[in-house]
Design a protein around this ligand. Structure first.
Ligand SMILES: Cc1cc2nc3c(=O)[nH]c(=O)nc-3n(C[C@H](O)[C@H](O)[C@H](O)COP(=O)(O)OP(=O)(O)OC[C@H]3O[C@@H](n4cnc5c(N)ncnc54)[C@H](O)[C@@H]3O)c2cc1C
Length: 591
């Protein structure tokens, strides 16, 4: 019997695996998708090769790309962008690591407290989270973003809005700032040249400003895996988990199984209480099923797959909240076109942001060309100008909101993507029971009934709709202030890049799945350690730092309550994931 089985090697799972393995526990980490051991041979900067949701190397599917991707039902105009594989969706991510706003925790007493989703707060205070934020910020590590021309343009716009610059990691007021991100700052030749011969480790370290964060980070050339610039978990926590026997005194390396799709969580009655006992998984290649048992099971399959696995395992759902409360930051997207060079496609994808606690945030996002075009065409208002009653059809943007196609799209792109500036609107959205994951009535796949993700777009709470409108207007004003000649609001259909809280922890047992320790209320010994455990949408900040801080706290709770261990956060110095001992051992093991 293992000590702990963790399901899912994305944003959250590897954190628990690494933390517990470094305390000497025997941890099995199961990942449904592939492990890209040699990114420089397996990945490219060709957008279709990377991002095609059916056949791309970044998709939700098994290693064998000749086999179909796994499907989900989403019965509305939307796209759920989640990946399988070691690193999970962090393989795509931009590494922005802002902390959750203090207003979403239950000790918040600020004057603007009423602006937040007060019915769905974290069941503990912000001060309790701070040491866990600090632990992850040191481990990942998190740094102030390297910036370039696009950020200068973004800040030029911010300056016209009369907001101050935020200089502390905790965001306390409406303000703008460089991103704090989990991307190593450029060193040596990096960011000084685009000559690939000079962008080779160790003469170049950290971010080379290539602009392809979306396609998976494999920079600089020849860098050991744990020194790749972007700290997706395949470059940070997973290398640490696999070498915990080297860098942690008394540590034990995590066992990682890939192409291993968990299809059932087993429980047994202990003292009349359902208690997690083990996991069955199916190997994608052979179709063989395996079962292993453990004292503790941790679900980290993401906001969509966790509810699916819960339902397919027949686990209890006494208050009906499994899969409910799916928050998505109700994104929107504005594009400004400029006469001058913005260098939108260069540098870390996103290096500057504006925060309005209680409403949400804005961030600059640079994209490669095909994704830039895609970003202009996913709308819930239809083709721009064709449907005059679209959301926000009037405002400080040009004409009605909507998708750009044909001559208008061509016009936008004709001067090249480096004359554009994109602003992502990240809405502080309410937890709503109606936005949820259930099982689909579509045919099951080889892993059982598939999930159905249901979102209401326009029919959100008044506060959520208000927040999105306030932030979209702010984005347009920012772009105008920065000098944009034209500003387009796309009114994005639900594009699910940030998802949170579908298995939420909460103050009340009436509307939460997890208690304040992230342990399931209905099944003992069963914890959740990914975005789905978050109590709410965090007020708008990107979720991964908070998920990883919470996962670190959850690992401590598991160690204390199930293995008689002691807490360590706040008393020890974290090891940084770029530690050379990790690089050496990865090389020795051919990893
Ligand atoms: C384009 C893009 C940009 C983003 N940028 C940012 C950013 O800058 N900052 C930020 O904070 N967030 C960002 N995000 C979001 C970020 O990627 C997520 O917050 C994070 O990956 C969530 O972690 P997770 O563990 O909840 O889920 P995931 O990372 O999706 O991981 C879940 C893992 O579990 C595996 N799995 C699922 N079911 C099973 C099963 N039954 N058995 C075994 N394994 C299973 C999956 O294959 C997957 O690998 C971005 C996302 C996208 C798409």
């Amino acid at each position: 019997m293992r000590d702990v089985i963790v399901i899912g090697a994305g944003g959250g799972g590897p954190v628990v695996a690494k933390e517990l393995a470094s305390r000497g526990l025997d941890v099995l980490l199961l990942e449904a998708g592939p492990r890209h051991r040699k990114p420089r041979e397996q990945w490219t900067h060709f957008e279709n090769d990377a991002n095609n949701p059916l056949t791309g190397y970044f998709r939700l599917g098994p290693t064998d790309r000749s086999k179909p991707a796994w499907y989900r039902e989403w019965p509305q105009n939307s796209f759920v962008w989640q990946l399988s594989g070691v690193g999970g969706t962090t393989q795509h991510f931009y590494g922005n690591y802002p902390r959750a706003y203090p207003g979403v925790f239950n000790d918040y007493t600020g004057d603007d407290a009423a602006n937040y989703d007060r019915k769905h707060r974290f069941p503990f205070g912000y001060a309790e989270m701070v040491p866990y934020f600090e632990w992850v910020e040191a481990t990942a590590p998190v740094m102030t973003a390297a910036m370039g021309t696009k950020d200068q343009v973004f800040f030029r716009g911010c300056e016209t809005l009369g907001l101050p610059v935020q200089t502390t990691k905790t965001t306390t007021r409406a303000s703008y700032r460089p991103q704090e991100n989990a991307i190593l700052q450029p060193g040596g030749n990096a960011a000084r040249t685009s000559d690939p011969n000079l962008l080779v480790f160790p003469d170049a370290t950290g971010c080379t400003m290539c602009g392809y964060c979306f396609q998976g980070c494999m920079q600089p050339i020849n860098a050991p895996r744990n020194q790749f610039a972007k700290r997706s978990t395949d470059n940070s926590y997973v290398p640490m988990a696999l070498t915990a026997d080297v860098w942690a005194p008394g540590g034990k390396a995590v066992s990682l199984m890939t192409d291993a799709y968990a299809t059932r969580i087993h429980t047994e009655e202990v003292g009349g209480v359902a208690t997690a006992r083990g996991v069955t998984w199916r190997h994608n290649g052979s179709g063989e099923e395996h079962r292993e048992d453990a004292r503790v099971v941790v679900m980290a399959g993401g906001c969509t797959e966790n509810p699916r696995l819960w339902f397919n395992s027949g686990l209890p759902n006494p208050n009906g909240w499994v899969g409910r409360g799916y928050t998505d930051h109700f994104f929107d997207w504005l594009i400004g076109s400029f006469d001058s060079d913005t260098q939108s496609s260069k540098g870390p994808g996103s290096a500057s942001r504006l925060d309005m606690p209680g409403f949400g945030g804005l961030e600059n996002v640079g994209l490669p060309p095909a994704l830039q075009a895609f970003s202009a065409t996913l709308s819930d208002s239809g083709i721009r100008g064709e449907y005059e009653n679209g959301r926000g059809s009037t405002g400080p943007w040009d004409g009605p909101a909507g998708r750009l196609i044909g001559p208008e799209l061509k016009d936008l792109l004709q001067n090249g993507i480096d004359t554009l500036l994109n602003v992502l609107v990240i809405t502080d959205d309410d937890v709503e029971a109606q936005n949820c994951v259930t099982l689909s009535s579509f045919p099951a796949d080889e892993n059982g009934p598939v999930p159905r993700v249901r979102f209401r777009h326009r029919n959100r709470t008044e506060r959520t709709n208000r927040n999105r409108e306030v932030m979209a207007r702010k984005a347009a004003e920012l772009l105008r202030g920065a000098g944009a000649k034209k500003v387009y609001r796309i009114d994005w259909a639900p594009l699910i890049l940030h998802v949170q809280s579908s298995m939420r922890m909460g103050e009340s047992e009436k509307n939460s799945v997890l208690d304040a320790n992230a342990e399931s209320r209905a099944v003992k010994g069963l914890f959740i350690a990914d975005n789905s455990a978050l109590a709410n949408g965090l007020g708008g900040p990107n979720p991964t730092l908070t998920t990883q801080a919470l996962a670190t706290r959850t690992a401590e709770k598991i160690f204390q309550h199930y293995f008689d261990g002691e807490g360590w956060v706040g008393t020890e110095t974290p090891v940084v994931s770029t530690d050379p001992a990790i690089s050496r051992r990865l090389a020795q093991r051919g990893l």
